[in-house]
Design a protein around this ligand. Sequence first.
Ligand code: XIL
Length: 377
Amino acid sequence: MSLRLRAGLITTAVVGAGAVILAQGAAFASVPATPPAAPGHQTSAPADSLRSLASRVGLRIGTAVNTDALASDSDYRSIAATQFSTVTPENVMKWDTIEPTQGAYNWAPADQLVAFAQQNGQLVRGHTLVWHNQLPAWLTAAAPSMTPDQLRAVLKKHITDEVTHFKGKIWQWDVVNEAFNDDGTLRDSIWLQKLGPGYIADAFRWAHAADPKALLFYNDYNIEFTGPKSNAAYSLVQQLKAQGVPIDGVGFQTHLDTQYGLPDLQNNLQRFSALGLKVAETEVDVRTTLPVTAVEQNAQVGGYTSTLQACLAVRDCISYTVWGFGDGYSWVPAVFAGEGAADIYDENLQPKAEYTALQQTLALAAGAQQRGGGDRH
Ligand code: XIL
């Protein structure tokens, strides 16, 4: 599997790591309609858990789940069940896991996660149907010599079969992931090369046909920062809406790094939602160079706090998802040399200041709402 290297991709929005200003007094009010919990018994989550606090302000709080850890680590399993109200499979709904050999589907790992979610009253973010990474080897080998019609048929079958398999069990699908380069041009993937830019609209149409009730998202990174990439994503989804393509939302991955400062996320979420779309923060983590200094950890705490505040301040921001919760299981050290400590629990699954920051931000929002302040919804 090839890993995309993203170190140093954010070159424009450099602000000092110390320039963490927390928006105070953000307004939060009534609870937006939250989808019903999936069937199954609700794990008794403590009142001060992230999921209990988030439910008081009508927000779903989620995590990516490493299904190996879920099977082998009971502390991991317990935190995943009690702290979060949605889960995203970190890898097991990607094409290389789902169809490692052409025509031979491997649904079991993802089915197990869906069952875990149902047992714990959690919703599922499906991730992801069309991407340039983690494609099965048979596809990467065959794609260059396929005709456009052949490749289109393969993609349509993949989307149709996967969405149909999970029909009725997925709250939000990341239909297309990371279609843009940082300069706002479309990524030169096999999809663009063979099918042209229309593959994006086609993917949404095929997903909608297979599960009309799932919310369909475009998902990307570095679109939290205003600039060419976020503008390109904005134009894309504006056009899709205008053409009647069934798109419901935009996912802002929100993989932050203390050395690049914080995005103007609230304004950005707001302008996308003004197009009539839902928005979500889908893969939040805040990495830094190791070993972590106190200044860097302050910046990480600020990153978690301000990204959650941005979501809380935008009424159509329906979920806030961290990309894993324990530093020992994080994807960061393997991809960004010398960086880590990006998650809200440490390597021993003990909550860090970043966890407390999310907890307090939610508690403040719930308190403000109870006092009738603000106008979140
Ligand atoms: C990452 C996983 O966390 C890793 O375990 C895997 O090896 C590579 O992919 N953007 C995405 C996610 O949309 O799917 C990526 O997940 C992280 C970046």
